[in-house]
Design a protein around this ligand. Structure first.
Ligand SMILES: [Zn+2]
Length: 676
């Protein structure tokens, strides 16, 4: 092993040896491995606070902390504990969120719980390096999987998730067993992939190979074993060619036009959420800019042709155009969030950092219940009711349960996978950078503890962001410390100000990451002010969405919850509005968004994402559109002329409507028609 020791790389985020940003890889000819400008810090260094801590606490008391008790597939005779029960994706999915939660919250009970699965997985790695649940052949034939009988192994895909689980466990604990475990496994993959390629068992593995590539490259940054890059290249060559598809525009256009059974895995939104990271990890391995261009083209095209106001592309289950009546699967959202967290670390591109905040603060909270025990498989942007039905989804399912709230409704991938959303967002609130530096690129309340040399330093980030526009960083340090602090000024912010101990330090334009290189003293207080003006954005069918900072706003509606039961999918809830929702926004107000006013209130304690506790309200002038009604559970967007104005009948009466952040609604309009 060469380069920084494992210990210095992982246990302490700061004292890195950043000899050069680009490190030549001996076995890779002209290609060069690109060191990430932003590196993750150990999970245990970040302590979520404020509203984010409340959210994680709810998850700990709810399904994230207890899925192994309430979800039969995981609870009974679990394959990842040596049993004959489920040994595929749902247990590692759950751990992918439960492991970071256990360490972010420093929760002894949850650590004990997740360690059972981690220890079983590590202790039962076969001598060949193969790992995972006991295979059918092993159980029946008594012969362990080796490189000579790899065809008797099972699907590569769920192992890709378990690798991510172990990587996070390592970040939290520094347990060196993870490094030898992964080294052995990747050695096994190197030997058998010609005979047992990525797609041998399922197309899920072929479509999600980038996650395998990513972890092989992560291990390379620790062990500097260049053969890991050859392995990464091999896995990439056997997987879906996402980088090419994202860069070539015919893929995204075909996905907008065709909703057939052919090639649907390449249009499946969860696969795409995961695949976004593929060009970035390929760029990291090779240093070839073509991958960054492919990602930019692909992301812009995706959001142009399939984008929805809450910052995510449609996917019900497949990409399905940009009509606000399309749905999106919860897995697609949390996977896209994680991809963005990886992409921004590798590229530092502010477009993806803004995109990460927009999808995080709007899309996921609406799709789970207050207690985090139920979820919707698909949410709809303009969701005027949550109900059973056959909507215009590419996968409607016979039992019509895709849109309701339930633990097991729709499909249970999201029941298991949703836990990684908030937890990984929290563990990516800080990155370490060159020269002992630190970077806060996305914002939420937390406390960072870091060690430089032997000195422990704390930076407390106090804020109600994204609801409020001020973020305060308070330094605690026994000795003065020189370090560059990088902060992102979001693109939506016209001009930010930075104050140090009450004195104006800098004013900066939005759309950049600024560097504050100075010697920080104990009790230094740095205030970042990000003024949020209200703007509007254009979406499908000439609809408009009102925005403030990273939040999009939706019509506030009273809710009536109705309990139901479906014999196979269990208890569920439908939600209906108790008020009229069929409003169009007045053109005169859209023309001058400065007339809108936001009222910001203190956050609820404890904080909950629901309609009653929305901390920001915006009022707007509107008229009702009497002909805009629910048809088969859906509010199809009213037609407009070229100027974007609805020309049908509207009420004479002008009314004042109240909008709240999208994440606090369950039933809503977010993409409004415009009326005279
Ligand atoms: Zn799912």
């Amino acid at each position: 092993m060469t380069g920084p020791s494992v210990k210095s790389l992982i246990r302490s985020p700061l004292p890195f040896v950043f000899a050069a940003l680009i490190i030549a890889s001996p076995s890779f000819g002209q290609q060069q491995f690109v060191e990430s400008p932003y590196k993750t810090v150990p999970i245990t260094n970040i302590k979520p606070q404020g509203w984010l801590r409340d959210q994680l606490q709810i998850m700990k008391s709810g399904s994230t902390g207890h899925l192994d008790e309430v979800h039969t597939k995981i609870a009974v005779d679990n394959g990842w504990l040596g049993g004959k029960g489920d040994g595929w994706e749902e247990t590692p999915y759950w751990l992918d969120g439960a492991v970071p939660l256990a360490y972010l919250m420093d929760d002894a009970a949850l650590k004990t719980k997740v360690l059972k699965y981690i220890n079983w997985t590590i202790n039962n790695q076969r001598p060949s390096g193969y790992f995972g649940p006991i295979t059918k052949a092993e159980r029946e034939g008594g012969k362990k999987i080796t490189e000579s009988n790899c065809e008797e192994g099972e699907d590569w895909w769920p192992k890709m998730i378990m690798l991510k689980v172990l990587q996070q466990y390592y970040s939290a604990t520094g347990d060196k067993r993870v490094i030898s475990f992964m080294t052995n496994y990747f050695n096994y993959q190197k030997k058998v992939l010609d005979k047992c390629p990525v797609g041998k068992w399922t197309e899920w593995a072929t479509s999600r190979g980038a996650d395998n590539v990513m972890i092989a490259q992560w291990l390379y940054t620790i062990t500097k074993d260049a053969s890991l890059l050859d392995l990464a290249q091999k896995i990439e060559s056997q997987s879906f060619t996402w980088s090419t598809w994202l860069g070539n525009r015919d893929w995204v256009m075909n996905a907008a036009a065709n909703q057939t059974d052919s090639n649907w895995m390449s249009r499946h939104a969860v696969n795409i959420g995961m695949a976004l990271k593929s060009p970035a990890v390929n760029y990291q391995r090779t240093g070839d800019d073509k991958y960054l261009r492919a990602l930019k083209t692909g992301w812009n095209d995706l959001m142009l042709l399939h984008g929805l106001p809450m910052g995510i592309f449609s996917g019900d289950e497949d990409l399905h155009g940009n009509d606000p009546t399309q749905g999106v699967e919860l897995c697609a959202i949390v996977e896209a969030m994680y991809s963005m967290e990886e992409i921004l670390a590798i590229t530092g591109d502010i477009q993806y950092i803004d995109a990460l905040e927009r999808m995080t603060f709007n899309a996921p909270p609406t799709q789970t219940t207050d207690d985090y025990n139920m979820k919707q498989y698909f949410q709809i942007a303009n969701q005027v009711q949550v109900s059973r039905g056959v909507f215009d989804f590419s996968l409607p399912f016979d039992r019509q349960m895709n849109n309701v709230f339930g633990l097991r409704s729709g499909y249970t991938c999201c029941t298991a996978n949703m836990h990684q959303g908030w937890t990984k967002f929290a563990s990516h609130l800080w990155y370490s950078t060159e020269g002992n530096g630190l970077a806060a690129l996305v914002y939420a309340p937390n406390e960072l503890k870091t060690t430089i040399g032997k000195e422990e330093r704390t930076i407390k980030e106090t804020t109600n962001y994204p609801f409020d526009d001020q973020i305060t960083f308070s330094f605690s340090t026994k000795k003065d410390v020189a370090l560059p602090l990088k902060l992102r000024i979001p693109s939506w912010c016209k001009e930010a100000t930075v104050l140090l101990n009450g004195q104006l330090l800098r004013s900066e334009k939005g759309g950049q990451v600024i560097v504050l290189s100075r010697t920080w003293k104990n009790n230094d207080k740095l205030v970042l002010q990000l003024p949020m003006t209200i703007t509007t954005s254009n979406w499908a069918k000439n609809s408009r969405t009102i925005e403030r900072g990273p939040l999009v706003f939706a019509l506030k509606l009273g809710e009536r919850w109705e309990k139901g039961n479906e014999p196979k999918e269990g208890d569920y809830f439908s939600v209906y509005p108790t008020e009229d929702w069929n409003y169009g926004l007045l053109e005169e107000t859209i023309k001058d968004p400065s007339t809108f006013r936001a009222v910001v209130q203190p956050l609820s304690s404890p904080f909950v994402w629901n309609q009653k506790n929305a901390p920001v309200t915006i009022t707007a002038k509107a008229r009702k559109i009497p002909g805009w009604k629910v048809v088969d559970g859906v509010a199809h967007q009213p037609v407009t002329d070229r100027n974007g104005i609805y020309k049908g009948q509207v009420d004479d009466k002008i009314e004042t409507i109240t909008l709240i952040p999208y994440g606090f609604t369950k039933v809503r309009i977010v993409a409004f028609p415009v009326v005279k």
